[in-house]
Design a protein around this ligand. Structure first.
Ligand code: ATP
Ligand code: MG
Length: 263
């Protein structure tokens, strides 16, 4: 039996396929028979809208509502409140713009870095995997995500590798491990949006290997670039549903298996 494992998909760099990876890893694991909860922790609500809930800002119950209840120590049914059931078998806690206001109001809350952690701990027994998508920042919400997680998956866009950005992220993860969450570790770096027609793949792999390979896993599966990804988000379904025979579906299946092999 697998104990629940909590993954953060994180990077302060925007547009590196965090959301796409959270969604397709999550549904990839559902397709292997596991119970998976996705948590959208980005005020942009991209994960929420890419699963077909196209107007996140009009939703009444979101992660913000839940975190407010946690802060106020309210009694409520955590196994059902705010959890959406997507047609592909995955559960989702949606998020919207309200989170940005809430994040500011948390500045004065006691134990403000551990609000999400308290919630996630109570849901662990109901899922095999919990995957949290974070926004492009290293602000308080992302610290909450790291404090609530066991492992971090770091997507890196093949064509725009930022060594400095990666080093800053790795330092932040180290600080959270030291101060807030000793079990936190880096699961690996995932190369995304790879254009196989260029030579970037080889160069990026070499640089990543040189700089980080001795102490960070770099996933063998890499995610190719394909317009099918944007199409699948517009349709509100995963890449497995939108383009089952395509190369991105194959890559995310391989990546999901690689993650499972490390559990
Ligand atoms: P943000 O930092 O804003 O949260 P993100 O890191 O979550 O962004 P995504 O939203 O997953 O990134 O992806 C950014 C854009 O790139 C989206 O339009 C998405 O459809 C597209 N995209 C993601 N993966 C791929 C891919 N493999 N091929 C082509 N386009 C992709
Ligand atoms: Mg995103």
């Amino acid at each position: 039996m697998i104990m629940c494992k909590v993954y953060a998909v994180a990077s302060q760099k925007g547009g590196v396929a965090k959301t796409t990876t959270a969604e397709n890893l999550g549904i990839g694991l559902v397709r292997k028979g596991f119970r998976v909860l996705l948590i959208d922790s980005d005020a942009q609500g991209s994960l929420t809208s890419s699963l077909g809930y196209t107007q996140p800002d009009n939703m009444e119950i979101t992660l913000s509502t839940i975190l407010e209840k946690e802060v106020n120590d309210e009694v409520y049914d955590r196994t059902s409140f705010g959890i959406l059931h997507h047609e592909e078998g995955i559960d989702l806690i949606p998020c919207n713009i309200e989170l940005s206001g809430l994040e500011v109001s948390f500045i004065n809350v006691w134990n403000r870095e551990r609000i999400l952690n308290g919630y996630v701990e109570k849901l662990r027994k109901h899922y095999d995997f919990i995957i949290i998508d974070s926004g492009p920042s290293l602000g308080l919400m992302t610290i909450n995500v790291l404090a609530a997680s066991d492992r971090v998956i770091i997507p890196v866009q093949a064509a725009f590798l930022s060594i400095k950005g990666l080093e800053q992220l790795i330092r932040t993860i180290g600080r959270v491990k030291k101060g807030l969450n000793p079990r936190l570790g880096i699961e690996g770096i995932l190369i995304t949006m790879l254009d196989e027609r260029t030579n970037f793949a080889k160069g990026v792999m070499e640089i990543l290997g040189e700089k980080f390979g001795s102490y960070i896993n770099i996933f063998k599966n890499r995610i190719p670039f394909s317009v099918k990804v944007a199409e699948s988000s517009a349709e509100g379904v995963s890449i497995y549903r939108h383009d089952p025979k395509g190369k991105v579906a194959a890559a995310y299946t391989g990546f999901s298996e690689e993650v499972l092999a490390n559990v």
